[in-house]
Design a protein around this ligand. Structure first.
Ligand code: NAP
Length: 240
């Protein structure tokens, strides 16, 4: 049976690393606003019959189309992994200079789309038989950030969305955990290193996105007797 992982927010950094890591066990549907056109930027080394890219901005309409495409492309497959990984256009600054538009844009991508994605993927999980080893019907992982826990002064248009993303994962975990759906919130507590070919300098203390991806794979392989709902990830030399 073909297993499918759906990754929304599949950019060249963490999203691509997650797609690459899961491609050993899964066929991958990658989604973002600029895909499929931006697929070459992801630099994925994945057999073409195991990779599908489609456009989604996290709206219900775009997600409906994406899941219909998936069903038509890989009929009778088992969708058992979802990763919500969308980023923001990073716009820190003094509160009195922030705008309602910036807040609304970030709430849209930070939480409304996460809500929509969950509504589209969880019914697929619930239709699965429990995995023989883990007993999970599906795993849904949300990428978070330090600002999900702490609203730093310049982050007034971003932290509220990340707080809300975290809250959503708690509600989903409590409702769907007993039904076999593993919901996780991963707090990325540090800077993620930019992709190697981005030309941007890599700070020595940056988190390697491949290592985040390995953490996500480990989460999917956890057995249902000992699930993680939340984890934080930082490099050993981060001061925190
Ligand atoms: N970079 C860091 O230092 C850092 C630190 C802590 C936490 N994080 C979190 O880690 C995650 C990954 O960050 P990353 O920097 O490595 O990014 P990435 O995985 O390279 O790319 C994320 C992608 O999300 C897509 N996206 C944004 N809004 C979207 C929407 N509404 N619908 C669908 N796709 C959307 C963007 O592609 P399109 O433009 O094509 O839509 C973007 O390329 C994010 O959740 C971020 O908040 C990052």
């Amino acid at each position: 049976m073909r297993r499918v992982a759906v990754i929304i927010g599949a950019g060249p950094g963490t999203g691509a690393a997650i797609a690459q890591r899961f491609s050993a066990t899964h066929s991958i549907l990658v989604l973002s606003r600029s895909l499929p056109g931006s697929l070459p930027k992801l630099n994925l080394d994945t057999p073409s019959d195991r990779l599908l890219a489609a456009t989604s901005d996290g709206s219900n309409e775009s997600l409906k189309k994406a899941f219909e495409l998936l069903s038509a492309h890989w009929p009778n497959s088992t969708i058992d992994v979802g990763v919500y990984n969308t980023n923001f256009s990073f716009s820190p600054g003094p509160f009195l200079e922030r705008t309602e538009d910036q807040l609304r844009t970030n709430l849209e991508s930070g939480i409304v789309s996460a809500f929509n994605f969950s509504q589209h993927i969880i019914p697929h999980f619930l239709a699965n038989e429990p995995n023989e080893t883990t007993r999970a019907r599906g795993t849904l992982i949300f990428t978070g950030a330090t600002m999900a826990l702490r609203g730093g002064a310049p982050f007034s248009t971003m932290a509220p969305a990340m707080f809300a993303r975290r809250a959503l994962t708690q509600s989903l975990a409590r409702e769907f955990g007993p039904k076999g759906v593993h919901v996780v919130h991963a707090i990325i507590d540090g800077k993620i290193a930019p992709p190697k070919d981005s030309g941007r300098e890599m700070p020595s203390e940056a988190i390697d996105s491949n290592d985040i991806a390995q953490n996500y794979l480990d989460l999917v392989n956890q057995r249902a007797t000992a699930w993680t709902q939340e984890l934080d990830i930082r490099p050993s030399d981060e001061s925190w």
